[in-house]
Design a protein around this ligand. Sequence first.
Ligand SMILES: Cc1ncc(COP(=O)(O)O)c(C=O)c1O
Length: 480
Amino acid sequence: MPNDNTFSLTLSKEEMQKYGYKIIDLIATHFENLNSEKLVSLANRKQMDALLQQPIPNEPCEPDKVLKDVIENVLSNIDLLTHPKFYSFVPSPSNFISAMADSIASGFNIFSGGWSTSPAAAELEIVVINWLLEMFNFPIVEGGGILTSGGSMANLTALTTARRIKCKADYSKAIIYLSDQAHSSNIKAIRVLGFNERQVRIIPTDMEFKISLNKLKNAIAKDKLEGFEPFCIIASAGTTNTGSVDSLPEIAAICSKENLWMHVDAAFGGAAILSKDGNTILKGIEKADSLTVDPHKWFFQPYEIGCLLVKDHKWLSQTFSEKPVYLKDIEGNDSEINFYDHGIELTRGFRALKFYMSLKTFGLDAFKKAIQSGIDLAENVEELLRKSPMWEVISPATLAVINFRLNPIKYNLPEKELDTVNQFISKQIINTRSAVLVTTVLQNQVVLRMCLINPRTTMDDIKSTLDLCEKIAEDYFENI
Ligand SMILES: Cc1ncc(COP(=O)(O)O)c(C=O)c1O
């Protein structure tokens, strides 16, 4: 390594190539061997401290040694959310092209804050946002959006915009409505924005885990009678727990009648708009004022890329635009978007590149097929479970999510015992490190939840996981 006295954070071209090829090999091998890799780490804090805590390194170290340490100690202690048997949370079935695009974005260290610092980066962000606007049937010319770090940030950006546009400066009486199945990031956003608890209405859901329209209407009416000012409904289009989609056309009608902002959190479920079934289930999504959809979920992008779409791009600049003197020279003209004026962040990485390159490389049809395959797989799993004397479906396959529990007919177990055994199965499966299948709670029942958006997941993967679950359960029953 060159080690002159002025700046030593450099490698020669040959050193960079040698180092870079090793990393490309590592990533390519990871994708190639994905199925056979251990997909979950069980390391606790004590073990990680022992392995990785160290003093600040004053002296340089050979790049290969640092890389070896990362491979041996870091990469062996991570979860693989791209793995076909990672069924939990919202997995992230990423792709190689986008990973390489991220290398370009950080290799060239492209600043995607203002137009004049990287016109092509801003233009590509406009391009992919236009593609998304078109997919969701939002107006292309008036509509707009911004790429964010993820769904949480997109929801925060949406609710900040909703408050600014609907409530102006005084939001002391403003009320916001969401269901008990809405994602926690919405509540976080509401808290960050400084609303107090009395300004939030958590509306119960019905038997299909959709917001109860009757209870929603009652709450709005009561709030108005009490002198509050309802301003926003957050609808979920693909709840994290069950994939349920709130009744979007009806919510749109309520918003229109009551002059409320309609935000749709479709962070995970939105991509289903590209599938035949999803297109039907998501009808009404085009009526939203703002919409969260995460490319790093069901659009197969690596972290981090979320997106907020809005019906009128001016709402974003009206909410976020600030004109400090030190940015005056790069403001550009009105047609040139400075994304720092459309959201919270000033310095932003080039998130659009990975979405752009992967969509161009694989084509939209490949995305459509991959999304439909997740929906089909979940439906096939539902059928399999319904035919089995061991399993019970708790919420049917919806947008590739299914919830179920082990409930063997032959044992006729009480509820409490069912909770215990299903929790046990989840824990033991994870302990095998061969699949990640965690629980959630639906209507007070502990259930196993699969989110099957990974097109690499096969029915054989599922069957082998369910077989293992059954074996774990039999061992459990033998020992009680
Ligand atoms: C419906 C929904 N909204 C928002 C989020 C938050 O997204 P992120 O984790 O990208 O911040 C999630 C995450 O799973 C989600 O499922």
